[in-house]
Design a protein around this ligand. Sequence first.
Ligand code: AP5
Length: 216
Amino acid sequence: MNIIFLGPPGAGKGTQADAIISTYGIPQISTGEIIRNTIRCDTPLSHELRHYTDRGNLVPDELVNRMVDDRLSKPDCATGFLLDGFPRTIRQAEALEQMLSRRGRRLDHVLLLEVPDDILVKRITGRRMHKQSGRIYHLEFDPPPSSVTPDLVQRDDDTESVIKNRLREYHEKTAPLIPFYDALGLLRRIDGHQPPEAVRRCIFAALEPSSSSRTT
Ligand code: AP5
C-alpha cells in the first residue's frame, strides 16, 4: 500500500500514522522527522535546514526530494509506505511521480485530513512529545499522565508566531495538491475535526479496497 498523508500542520497526521503503519506493515516516512533528525547534528546542512524550519518556511524542494528518494530506496519500503508531510508542493509531487515510476510503483491513496485553522493553532500550541517514546500528547485534548510530565518537550516551531507562517505556507504551496490529486482520482477527504477514534475509523473506511481507483 503506497499512501500519502496530506493535511495542514497539526491536522493529526502523526497521531493517526501508527495505526496505519501497523495495520499495513509499512514504514512511516515523515519528512519533518527526517529534517529534525538532520538538524540535531551540527553540520552546514543542519544550519541551512534550521534557517527554514525555525521560521515555519518550507525547505527547498531539491533538498527534500533527495531525502525522500534516498529513504524510498531502503528495503523496508518494498511493501509500501506512508508518506507523512511529503509532497508539499506541486514540484515535489512531480518529483515523487518520477521516483515511483523509476521503481515501477504507483500511489494507491492520498488521505487529506481537513481541520479548520483556528483548531489547528490550538492543537499545535498545546502539543507536547514524550522525549523517550516519541508519543504525542496534547495538554488539553490528550493530557499526559503526571509520570511523564518531566520528560515532555515542545517543538521549536510550535509557537503561535511560527504556526501562523506554517499555515500560510500550507495554504499557498501545499493546498494546490488537493485539486492535483483529486484530478488523478486518488484523493480521500477525511474530516479531521472529530475525536481521534472517529478520525481513525474514517481513515480505514477510506482505505477499503472499494475506495481505491488505482492499485500497485
Ligand atoms: P512536519 O514535521 O511535517 O510538521 P507539520 O506538517 O507542520 O505537521 P505536524 O507534525 O505539526 O502536525 P500533525 O498533522 O502530525 O499533527 P499531530 O498528529 O502531531 O514539518 C515541520 C517542518 O519541516 C515544516 O514547517 C518545514 O519547514 C519542514 N518540512 C517538512 N516536510 C517538508 C517538505 N515536504 N517540504 C519542505 N519542507 C518540509 O497532532 C497535533 C496535536 O493535536 C497533538 O498534540 C495531538 O495530540 C492533537 N490531536 C491530534 N488529533 C487530534 C484530534 N482528532 N482531536 C484533538 N486533538 C488532536
